[in-house]
Design a protein around this ligand. Structure first.
Ligand SMILES: [Zn+2]
Length: 346
């Protein structure tokens, strides 16, 4: 459905009482909401699907509170799901990755509304004090998108080649951007990647040091993670390097390293998991079981009940890309109703 038509359908459906009807039909299904980063400056304009403005998040929490939805802890909701005893209108809040803005922007709002949330924390960047490399490269190109790309031959970095197969300088900014990301990922550590980002900033004419110190694209530090946990945020697994290969040894390593980085600071073990980038495969399930993991959430849209596979729990993705009416359509269950009708008759 085209976006404008979809939004018109949602307004009409809400006016006809179909949101209220959907909410009644699906009152004993759990709505697991999924967030990522919260805007500190302009990140929601950079990647609207990954960030949300704090005031919009506040509006969502206010909507849930005033409409009588009950926000439960993930573990408590899962107990109810397992026992087929889901309380009416249950909502679970989940936040992926662990951007610094969770600490500085989301937590004060969660406190204000007195609601629990789960943070699926990827741990590679804990205490690295630098932005997520690939995001930082994309962000700097995005910041300078309206200017002509400088001459690639002026970006002199050892081992980085910015020419095509016939030796001509790359002219397409997205090709240069991808080449820089690939080169950065081959570097041994974040210090080397930070040096590359610094050089990239000089070449593009944007201030990498400012991006780094403003922490727009940084994840939380170890001490912030402990502080989040102390303030009631339920910290759970999201792999160490934000990848989850199907190969059992590599998948096991991701979870082991994620646990080793986080659990000493938490003081308790973690039993819930979120697939990085929502990419999952049933071949992962024996590893999750062996690791004592109870649930795994995806980025597929849907609601959850006792018939849902615990290692493929769908969620409702919310971000700057989602308007308030679209949010209400999902939370009410109206979108679930549409998906159900489509799957039966589509
Ligand atoms: Zn993630």
């Amino acid at each position: 459905m085209k976006s404008a038509i979809k939004v018109s359908v949602f307004y009409a459906a809400r006016a006809c009482g179909l949101f209220a009807l959907s909410r009644r039909i699906y009152r004993h299904k759990v709505r697991i909401l999924c967030y990522h980063g919260f805007t500190l400056h302009n990140e929601h304009q950079f990647v609207p699907g990954l960030f949300i403005e704090p005031e919009v998040f506040r509006r969502r929490l206010h909507y849930l509170q005033t409409r009588g939805y009950r926000v439960q802890r993930l573990g408590d909701a899962f107990e109810c799901i397992r026992n087929d005893a889901i309380a009416a209108d249950t909502v679970v809040l989940t936040i992926d990755d662990g951007f610094y803005s969770v600490f500085s922007r989301a937590v004060p709002l969660l406190r204000e509304f007195d609601v629990p949330a789960t943070l699926y924390l990827t741990s590679y960047y804990l205490d690295e004090d630098c932005p997520v490399f690939t995001l930082a490269v994309d962000y700097m190109f995005w910041l300078t998108r309206d200017a002509d790309m400088p001459d690639p031959s002026r970006l002199q970095v050892s081992g980085l080649t910015l020419t095509d197969a016939s030796g001509r300088a790359l002219r397409d900014a997205s090709a240069v951007c991808e080449r820089i990301k690939t080169h950065g990922q081959s570097l041994p550590d974040n210090a080397a990647r930070s040096a590359l980002l610094h050089r990239l900033g000089e070449w593009l004419g944007c201030d990498y040091q400012q991006l780094k110190s403003a922490r727009l694209l940084n994840l939380v530090s170890n001490s912030e993670m402990r502080s989040l946990s102390r303030s009631g945020i339920d910290v759970q697994l999201h792999t160490h390097r934000h990848r989850f290969p199907v190969d059992p040894a590599l998948a096991r390593r991701e979870i082991d390293d994620n646990r080793a980085a986080i659990e000493p600071g938490l003081g308790h073990d973690m039993r819930h998991f979120c697939y990085p980038s929502g990419e999952w495969d049933e071949r992962h399930w024996p590893i999750l079981r062996e690791q004592g993991i109870l649930t795994a959430t995806t980025c597929t849209s849907g609601l959850v009940d006792s018939d849902t596979a615990p290692y493929a729990m769908p969620r409702i993705l919310d971000s700057a890309r989602v308007s308030q009416i679209e949010f209400e359509a999902e939370v009410s269950g109206f979108c679930e109703l549409i998906r159900h009708v489509r799957s039966r008759f589509g």
